[in-house]
Design a binder for this molecule. Structure first.
Ligand SMILES: [Mn+2]
Length: 282
């Protein structure tokens, strides 16, 4: 599992398979801005240009878009009808396989995609037996807990730092957190309304034939760099305040050790843990 520095993209390799993962494109966010009187030219060509370079340099056999291909929720707007089909046609010419795991902004996406694009369920897929991919707005399917590594987007993680001169610096970050698999499994089983759970590890095995292995969660930064983000080091008060900051059920579950999560800049620079970085938060 390798971030492609300095981009918000991952390359996962197994044998001759090379899977590039990107998330949170939010194509058409400019159209939503135009509704509020702010007119910004379409950013889709820039996003396409960046993907083209990444494909040339990394030669993936598969491109996975891990959700939030488009920006508007539910109804597909005019802008997207043009941009999204064009966008996927062009990507389809560059890479063998294109797959989409839908996010919360991807209602009515199917009619916009060429037939060659494979669409997975929004509760995720298992890749190479050890990597679980899902957007992060929903619970993953139970079988994803068989994966050591879970990868999500949805959060658009950034760090906000106030420097000694008073300037506010924001940067996109990768977030790497330890997973308490049993706690995660307990919350998932509760969500699935499974009663009488004494030992979540056993229940997961008995009910779903799933051997719990999840130990790490990676939150990917958004591929669309023009978007705003969620400050990871914002000060929060009270018990479990950090996990309650999130709208992702997995991150709210306490199965993820978010306070000790490590933050990295896109160029790979290690910044420290979320707790440490709260001291320089603005
Ligand atoms: Mn999302």
């Amino acid at each position: 599992m390798m971030p492609i520095r300095p981009f918000s993209a991952l390359l996962l390799r197994r044998g001759s398979k090379r899977v590039m993962v990107i998330v949170d494109l939010h194509i058409g966010w400019e159209a939503a801005l135009a509704e509020r009187g702010i007119h910004v030219p379409s950013q889709t060509p820039k996003i396409l240009e960046k993907i083209t370079q990444l494909i040339k340099n990394n030669k993936p056999t598969t491109l996975v878009v891990l959700g939030d291909v488009k920006h508007t929720i539910a109804k597909a707007e005019m802008e997207e009808w043009r941009d999204i089909p064009d966008f996927f046609e062009k990507i389809g010419e560059m890479v063998q396989e294109v797959q989409v795991i839908p996010g919360n902004h991807d209602g009515n996406l199917t009619p916009l995609l060429p037939e060659s694009v494979e669409i997975f369920p929004s509760n995720g897929v298992v890749l190479f037996g050890d990597t679980g991919l899902f957007h992060g707005h929903t619970w993953p399917a139970p079988e994803l807990l068989e994966c050591q590594n879970l990868i999500i987007g949805h959060v658009h993680p950034i760090i906000v730092v106030r420097d000694p001169l008073g300037f506010r610096i924001t940067r996109q970050v990768w977030v790497k957190a330890r997973c308490n698999g049993a706690e995660l499994a307990r919350s998932l089983l509760k969500h699935l309304k499974i009663k009488g759970v004494k030992n979540p590890v056993d229940s997961l095995r008995d009910r779903f034939d799933v051997e719990l292995r999840s130990t790490q969660l990676l939150i990917m930064p958004s591929f669309n760099e023009f978007l705003g983000g969620k400050s990871m080091n914002r000060k929060s008060r009270g018990k479990n305040a950090t996990s309650k900051m999130f709208i992702s059920p997995v991150l709210r579950s306490e199965g993820i050790d978010i306070n000790n999560a490590e933050l990295y800049l896109l160029d790979g620079t290690f910044l420290g843990s979320i707790t440490q970085l709260r001291t320089v938060s603005s």
